[in-house]
Every structure is written in structure tokens, then in C-alpha cells.
Ligand binder design. Structure first.
Ligand code: UDX
Length: 458
């Protein structure tokens, strides 16, 4: 078993640290934020991840997991330091490496024995060479330090499960010393290991994420065409999925990908290509499709309604995907200001993301419209003139078509995640628009309303 330090306690760092402890290593998680460290010591996770807190408590109690903001004590005698700090996007699409540089320097100035520095954060190809050089430049003691690349493929919401059951562990090293050490660290996980050179490991991460982003954008592009020619994108995806060269996953059309990885990693790879004088046409196309897709539902609704001014607008789902409170690059962040500028009175529901969203758009009057956060779906849609679905939460999917019809002032629904059955919406008398599928009651509602009015008169 090894003594491991992990720098950064975000999704990547904390989950990795906890999982290393769970597999028997002695782990110390380092974060500069003292409040966060105290919180973690009390067993509370600073991020929402299924199963994470239980493992934090279990391993902390067993003495395999510690938290500290004293990086010196954590790094000085570690066999390996894993770096899991953020690499946010710069204005020009490049990755901001300042957090990595800070940690690299701290490591160089504190380690007292041979140490493998393992970069888990997603970094542009070639960065690990620079990190290694940087550490050597600042190294104080006469010890062996090498840098390895070990990209992370976890998805938020299932981070612990994804880490403990990873499809593959990518190890990018430049020496057999580093390769052997990292292989031994991962031995207790009993997972397939792919050992390559450092630059290939860095590229595997981008190539994988960007491929998935491309797959989603491709399906969104096809979905838009399906609508125009009268095909149904869900049927098309189903038909495609039986070919195992295509696979059945990541074929869901919707209002685009968000989150901390796909938007950032597509832009970073495009930036890398441009820097190298190469035009990365496919990834560029994925980025452009995604940009347009995010406001698709808003555009559709704008064409249908004269104005949003004074309308009660229900929003179901704010986070970029279900199972997380993360809002990074969520389509809601682009749609809400558009609606507020148009004077909409928004009633937003999200089971766990509303608190974070309220930090960006505080409750109350804002711009021309207003926003209110409600704790149940009924409150959001009751009396609403229009409803937008932005996240595929299970509880939103479970809403019966009749509920929209019964509770909304006008049953007009824009579903950005294709959660509901077009047939059921049609039968329930809900005017319904989704992505890459035929609408329900597009022209039929006027007739339906006429009949209802007539019935009410007699
Ligand atoms: C992703 C990768 O899955 C993970 O391997 C990588 O390490 C980090 O990025 P994550 O961003 O957590 O993980 O979420 P993921 O479940 O992949 O979804 C990303 C986005 O794509 C979401 O906005 C989701 O709604 C969207 N998506 C996903 C689709 O629009 N359609 C799909 O078929 C799948």
C-alpha cells in the first residue's frame, strides 16, 4: 500500500482520493480552503456525488483518509502526489494551468523523497512535459521526481461508481520506474490498464471526450433534420444502436451538452489544433452545433408566442444533467437571461440545483421579468402559460401528460430532453414540442379549445 497525497478536492481530486483509500492506500487530500477541509473532516462532502459521503466517513474512520490544508506535511513523504485541481477555460478557449503550476511548485519545494507526480486534471497535450520541467526547476532536495499522466473519465453523478469500475485506466509515463509504480497503485482496483507514453495519454482524454461531444452534436444535427423531413430521431437512434460499431450510448438528441468537460475540452482541442496550424473541422462543427442547440427551445417558443412579457414560464430542470447540482455550461444559464429580458415571470424547479442557480440569478425581480424557485413541479406549472424542460430529472420524466393539461393555464410544453411521449401529449391535449420529433397538437389546440369553450357554455 502506498502513501498518496491528492491536490484539489473537486470532482476529480476528492473522488480519486476517496477511492484510493477505499482500495487500501493511505491518502491525504489537500485543499487550500480551510473551511472545506473542516467540512470534509466532519464527514460532509463539498460536492454532491452518490455514495461519496459514505465512503468518506468509512475511510476517515478507518484512518486511511485525511484532509489538510497544510500541503507541506502532505507532500513531503508521499510516494505519489495526484494533481486533481481545475483547468478552467481561458477567454480564448485555452486551458488555464495556473492551479496546476501552483501545486507543481509546492511539490517541488516540499518533497523529501522520490515521488511520482500524477496529473489527473485534463491538460493540453505536452503540458506534463512542462510540469516535469517546472518541478525540476524548483526542486529543493536531491530526489527523483517524474510526472505521469493519468486522465480521469468519471461522469458527474456517478463519479464514485465510475472510478471504482472504470472501463480503463490510462497510464502515460516516460520511464519503467513511473509505469511500474502507477501500475502497482492501481493493482487493487483490478481494472484494465492501458500503458502509453505521456502525450498519448493526454491525447486519449481529449480524443475520448471530444468524440462523445461529437456524437451528441451529430445526433442533434440529425434531429433537426428529422424534424424538417418528418422522421423521429428517437426511432432513428434506436435503429442505429443495434450496430455495435455505433453503440447505443450518447445518441440522445436534446438541447446540447453542458458540464465541466465537453464544452471545455472541445474548445481546448480546437485551440491546440489552431496553435499547431491545423484546422480541426470535426470538433469545430460539434462546438457550433452545440452552441445553436442550447437555445433551440427558446427559439421555437419565440416563434410561437408574441411575447414572454407577463407570462408565467415554468422551467423544469436547471442543472446540465440530472444527479448533480452542477450548473457549468448548463443550457438553463443561457435561456433564463433571454426569458428575463423578455419580461417572463419564471417559476423554476430543480431538485438540487436551484440553490446554486439562485446565486447567479437571485430570486425576485430581475431585468424586465422575475424568477422564483419552487420546491415542487406542480407549483412551477400551475397556471403557467408555457413550460420548458431543460434537464432530464426522473421526477420530470414521471409527470403524466394529463398533469400539464390540468394545471397549466395553456398547456404548451417545450421539452429539450425528449422526456415525454408525443402520443401521450397528443392524447392529453397538450401542445408539445421536443427535439427531432413531430410536435403534438401544433394546430389542433385551437380546435380543442373551441370545443372546450362550447362544452363549458352548455
Ligand atoms: C463527461 C464524460 O462522460 C466523462 O467521461 C468525462 O470524464 C467528463 O465529461 P459529464 O460531463 O459528467 O461526463 O456528463 P455526461 O453524462 O457525459 O453528460 C455530458 C453532457 O452531455 C450533459 O449535458 C448531457 O445532457 C449531454 N448528453 C449526454 C446528451 O445531450 N446526450 C447524450 O446522449 C448524452
Amino acid at each position: 500500500m502506498f502513501k498518496i497525497a491528492v491536490a484539489g478536492t473537486g470532482y476529480v481530486g476528492l473522488v480519486a482520493g476517496v477511492c484510493f483509500a477505499e482500495r487500501g492506500h493511505k491518502v491525504v487530500c489537500v485543499d487550500i480552503d480551510k473551511t472545506k477541509v473542516d467540512l470534509m473532516k466532519s464527514g460532509v462532502s463539498p460536492i454532491y456525488e452518490t455514495g461519496l459521503e459514505d465512503l468518506m466517513k468509512k475511510n476517515y474512520k478507518a484512518g486511511r483518509l485525511e484532509y489538510t490544508n497544510d500541503y507541506e506535511s502532505a507532500y513531503k513523504d508521499a510516494d505519489a502526489v495526484f494533481i486533481g485541481v481545475g483547468t478552467p477555460e481561458n477567454e480564448d478557449g485555452s486551458a488555464n494551468l495556473s492551479y496546476i503550476a501552483t501545486v507543481a511548485r509546492q511539490i517541488a519545494e516540499t518533497i523529501e523523497k522520490d515521488c511520482l507526480v500524477v496529473v489527473k486534471s485534463t491538460v493540453p497535450v505536452g503540458t506534463n512535459d512542462k510540469v516535469e520541467q517546472f518541478i525540476h526547476d524548483f526542486l529543493i532536495n536531491d530526489v527523483r521526481v517524474e510526472v505521469a499522466s493519468n486522465p480521469e473519465f468519471l461522469a458527474q453523478g456517478s463519479a464514485v461508481h465510475d472510478t471504482l469500475n472504470a472501463k480503463r485506466i490510462i497510464i502515460g509515463t516516460q520511464s519503467s520506474w513511473a509505469e511500474n509504480l502507477l501500475q502497482k497503485i492501481y493493482e487493487p482496483f483490478k481494472l484494465p490498464v492501458v500503458s502509453v507514453n505521456r502525450k498519448s495519454a493526454e491525447m486519449i482524454k481529449y480524443a475520448s471526450n471530444d468524440f462523445l461531444a461529437l456524437k451528441i452534436s451529430y445526433m442533434n444535427d440529425i434531429a433537426n433534420l428529422c424534424e424538417l423531413v418528418g422522421a423521429d430521431v428517437q426511432d432513428v437512434a434506436k435503429g442505429m444502436s443495434f450496430d455495435d460499431r455505433i453503440g447505443s450510448k450518447f445518441l440522445n438528441a436534446g438541447i446540447g451538452y453542458g458540464g465541466s468537460c465537453f464544452p471545455k475540452d472541445t474548445k481546448a482541442l480546437e485551440y491546440l489544433a489552431t496553435q499547431n496550424g491545423y484546422d480541426l473541422k470535426t470538433v469545430k462543427a460539434a462546438i457550433n452545433v452545440n452552441k445553436d442547440q442550447k437555445t433551440l427551445m427558446y427559439k421555437k417558443a419565440s416563434n410561437r408566442l408574441i411575447t414572454f412579457n407577463g407570462l408565467k414560464v415554468a422551467i423544469l430542470g436547471l442543472t446540465f444533467k440530472p444527479g448533480t447540482d452542477d450548473l457549468r455550461e448548463a443550457p438553463s444559464l443561457e435561456n433564463v437571461p433571454l426569458l428575463l429580458n423578455q419580461g417572463a415571470d419564471i417559476y423554476a424547479y430543480d431538485p438540487i440545483g436551484a440553490g446554486n442557480f439562485a446565486k447567479v440569478f437571485p430570486e425576485g425581480k430581475s431585468r424586465k421579468g422575475s424568477i422564483k424557485y419552487v420546491s415542487n413541479i406542480e407549483e412551477a406549472i400551475e397556471g403557467a402559460n408555457v413550460c420548458f424542460i431543460f434537464t432530464e430529472w426522473g421526477e420530470v420524466k414521471a409527470i403524466d401528460a394529463q398533469v400539464y393539461k390540468k394545471l397549466m393555464r395553456t398547456p404548451l410544453v417545450y421539452d429539450g430532453r425528449n422526456l415525454h411521449s408525443v402520443e401521450e401529449m397528443e392524447q392529453a391535449g397538450v401542445e408539445y414540442y421536443s427535439v427531432g420529433r413531430a410536435p403534438a397538437n401544433k394546430d389542433g389546440l385551437k380546435e380543442l379549445r373551441k370545443l372546450e369553450l362550447q362544452a363549458a357554455r352548455f
